[in-house]
Design a protein around this ligand. Structure first.
Ligand SMILES: [Mg+2]
Length: 225
């Protein structure tokens, strides 16, 4: 039987954190540099955590290096945990758990392909009881560029499959950056217009599949063969 490696994006695809990520990074920049405005001009969708921090550092005139980035992200993770524990606007997106379960039931290697650092991914997904559904992933701490972290996720997924059974890698995400990164590594994409990009904006990137939400029948059909 032919198997796939399926890599799910998190924000806008599986869950909507209700702004927890942005609030947490704003508070981290406020605590570290007194600059809660550091990310005001950054559109987060599809960006990795390190790319966001690098751009914000540049905006406030602070040098980006591994130490300054690690310190800032440690503050961010503290703030994120707290925000997620209190937030009432967090929600799991319609059809997300079902889609993951169907992909797993089909025997595919099901992981994450996300710009979140691993600890941030875990905090967000644990809030929605989704973290235990994923065995591996490519994360924002693996690489600053999205294609590289997807390649890392694929490498980890390959180790989960019986040798010689891989048919395709499928990336599921909600932004043009997800589609472009998938194409860059030769993967197929299921684009979901459940985040901050419209169906038209996603269609322009020519994903193999395009749906309004993971509830769409095409998603079940994809995993039911
Ligand atoms: Mg996303």
């Amino acid at each position: 039987m032919k198997r796939w490696i399926v890599l799910f994006d998190i924000d806008g695809t599986l869950i909507d954190c209700g702004g927890a990520g942005r609030r947490a990074i704003n508070r981290a920049f406020d605590r570290a540099y007194g600059r809660a405005d550091a990310c005001d001009n950054i559109r987060f969708g599809g960006m990795t955590d390190h790319a966001i921090v690098r751009e914000a550092f540049s905006y406030i005139g602070v040098e980006y290096n591994s130490k300054s980035a690690a310190e800032l992200l440690a503050l961010y993770l503290e703030e994120l945990q707290q925000d997620l524990a209190q937030s009432e606007s967090f929600r799991v997106l319609p059809g997300a758990p079902e889609a993951v379960h169907k992909a797993r039931a089909a025997g595919h290697a099901v992981g994450l392909g996300t710009g979140n650092v691993r600890a941030g991914a875990e905090a967000k997904l644990a809030r929605g009881a989704l973290w235990p559904l994923f065995d591996f992933g490519g994360f924002g701490c693996d690489a600053e560029e999205r294609p590289a972290l997807l390649a890392k996720g694929r490498e980890r997924g390959l180790a989960k499959l019986p040798a010689g059974t891989l048919e395709r890698t499928l990336v599921i995400g909600d932004t043009p950056k997800d589609v472009r990164a998938a194409k860059a590594i030769g993967a197929a994409t299921l684009a979901v217009a459940s985040g901050s990009f419209s169906r038209e904006q996603l269609a322009a990137e020519e994903p193999e599949w395009l749906v309004d939400s993971l509830l769409d029948r095409q998603v079940s059909e994809l995993f039911e063969g």
